[in-house]
Design a protein around this ligand. Structure first.
Ligand code: FES
Length: 534
């Protein structure tokens, strides 16, 4: 008889027509996440942002779904994808892609026009592209891919370094242009849409991605004061890029905000509307190049800080991206660690969200001291069977979290120490990181209730810009002129704050720490096997 866990099911996504495969028992969010579907509350069943309609097949309803969905919605097949488990073949419609122009639950006003548009988020690590029907705002197809430049370095500085080598800039430019051209072809093929219908392409990314795509000299970004050569709006034709689109189709790379803060954050401002907010709001993109915004409708400040790739699982001995086999969550249950592994498989490594959870748990247990030192005898820590962390891994995380925390602290100083009333986390890692764990390790020193995962704000902003090209309505050109870039490296105080932020906060529950028993230490040395179903 077939093992139930080994049965593979097919999941057909509408409207894109993408077909996925997942084993029985896999949380539905795992394969959907890999397709670029976002889980705005981090999959906690609170925001309804991950609603899907089950058109064929069955997905069971749990208590969270009963609470968040009306009986009419449940009867019509609506489910919260983050709460469902794959138990059979499914055909599902993604609510998230019904209309592209969504901010929270509110449809964003846009001027429909004929034709198709493409929005592209050019990340240092990942590129996401969506094809939109400009008349309806509907997403017709999605493609995600690892940035093909990654073979020349994982972070922006190593890309800059390569670009400065002979023919380096040309190589990186043509790589990413070719890749995005191919992704657009795939989008059109998937949607069965004619290339002749594409009217516009909008791209966003950090300053290095902007310069590399546009073929602009990155030498000034390699040294202080890190000011881009030409960081405004860049418009080129499809013919110039050799893309298989009507020759005069315009590709617009939106303008950067200053230093390494690029149009991904400008797009994030469009998506979150921080520039219209009465209260002080922060937006943090927890990427390799950490980008931070703090502002309201009076003024907006932004800064970037080199967080390094630890949040993406890089430079961690057993680190990996958030894909099958990665420990993505670690919890403490009765003094024992429980690990959730993406996909129905054994743990192969740990991704950024799992790392933050594990360190938060290690701090609570006293396995990791506030200084970051392990208290284990051999200086390593088995998080679950086959996956351990080293002292160097903890140091990498300390550097990353200190970079973000000190960047925000520096911007707060310019607001006379005011605290934001709300803090948005952008990007995939921000979407998945557990906010309590982020607070526990001192990455985000705010209570989880104030912190809101905002999904891919860069892509949402790029989609919004597709409907206000050239900023005819003043939306992004006006916004950009109100944003002030703060160069952290120029401020001698930054180093002091950075050093202060390296330590982890003291345990919240000293009694729990004191009562950490020898039996629990033995449990940690011999942890329970990774639990893969979540
Ligand atoms: S309800 Fe599923 S991600 Fe928020």
């Amino acid at each position: 008889m077939a093992n139930r866990e080994n049965v593979t099911h097919r999941i057909m996504l509408r409207p894109t027509g993408v077909e996925l495969r997942a084993s029985s028992g896999t949380p539905l969010r795992d394969p959907l996440f890999e397709q670029g579907v976002e889980f705005p509350c981090g999959g906690q069943g609170r925001c309804r942002g991950c609603r899907v309609q089950v058109l064929e097949g069955t997905a069971r309803v749990n208590s969270e779904q009963q609470e968040r969905l009306s009986s009419e919605e449940l009867a019509a097949g609506w489910r919260l994808a983050c709460q469902c488990v794959v138990e059979g073949d499914l055909v599902i419609e993604l609510r998230q892609w019904d209309a592209a122009i969504l901010a929270d639950e509110t449809p964003f006003a846009f001027k429909p026009r004929p034709g198709l548009g493409v929005a592209v988020d050019v990340g240092t690590t990942t590129i996401v592209a969506q094809l939109l029907d400009l008349a309806t705002g509907r997403v017709l197809a999605v493609r995600t891919a690892l940035n093909s430049q990654a073979r020349y370095g994982g972070d922006v500085m190593s890309r800059v370094e390569f670009a400065l080598s002979p023919s380096g800039l040309q190589e990186l430019s043509s790589l990413v242009r070719r890749q995005i051209g191919a992704m657009i072809n795939q989008l059109l093929f998937a949607a069965n849409a004619p290339a002749a219908e594409v009217r516009d392409v909008v791209l966003v990314g950090n300053t290095v991605m902007h310069h590399l795509f546009c073929g602009i000299d990155v030498e000034p970004l390699s040294h202080y004061p890190f000011v881009g050569t030409r960081d405004g709006l860049e418009t080129v034709s499809a013919a110039y890029l050799n893309w298989e689109l009507p020759p005069d189709t315009a590709a617009r790379f939106l303008p950067c905000l200053g230093g390494f803060v690029g149009s991904d954050i400008l797009a994030g401002l469009l998506a979150t509307r921080i520039g219209e907010s009465e209260s002080l709001v922060a937006l943090i993109d927890l990427g390799t190049n950490g980008e931070i915004v703090l502002g309201n409708r009076e003024r907006v400040l932004c800064a970037s800080t080199a967080a390094g790739p630890a949040f993406e699982g890089a430079r961690i001995s057993m680190g990996m991206r958030a894909s099958t086999g990665a420990i993505s969550q670690v919890t403490l249950e009765s003094g024992r660690l429980q690990c959730h592994v993406l996909g129905k498989t054994d743990a192969r490594g740990i991704c950024g969200s799992g790392l933050v959870d594990a360190v938060a748990a290690g701090l609570e247990l006293g396995v990791i001291q506030p200084s970051g030192r392990f208290t284990t005898a051999n200086g390593n820590w088995n998080v679950c069977a086959g996956v351990s962390l080293t002292q160097k891994d903890i140091r990498e995380l300390q550097l990353a979290k200190a970079a973000i925390a000190s960047g925000l602290a520096m911007l707060r100083e310019r607001w006379d120490g005011a605290d934001p009333a709300r803090l948005y986390l952008a990007g995939a890692f921000g979407n998945y990181v557990n906010r309590s764990s982020a607070q526990r390790i001192g990455l985000i020193n705010y209570p989880p209730d104030l912190v809101q995962p905002a999904g891919n704000t860069a892509l949402l902003g790029a989609k919004l810009a597709l409907f206000s090209l050239g900023g005819e309505d003043g939306s992004y050109t006006n916004l950009r002129s109100r944003v002030q870039h703060v160069g952290l490296s120029a401020d001698p105080h930054f180093q002091d704050i950075f050093v202060q932020q390296l330590n982890f906060p003291e345990p919240s529950n000293a009694a729990a720490k004191a009562s950490f028993s020898q039996m629990q230490l033995r449990n940690l040395a011999d942890p329970s096997p990774a639990r893969s179903a979540g």
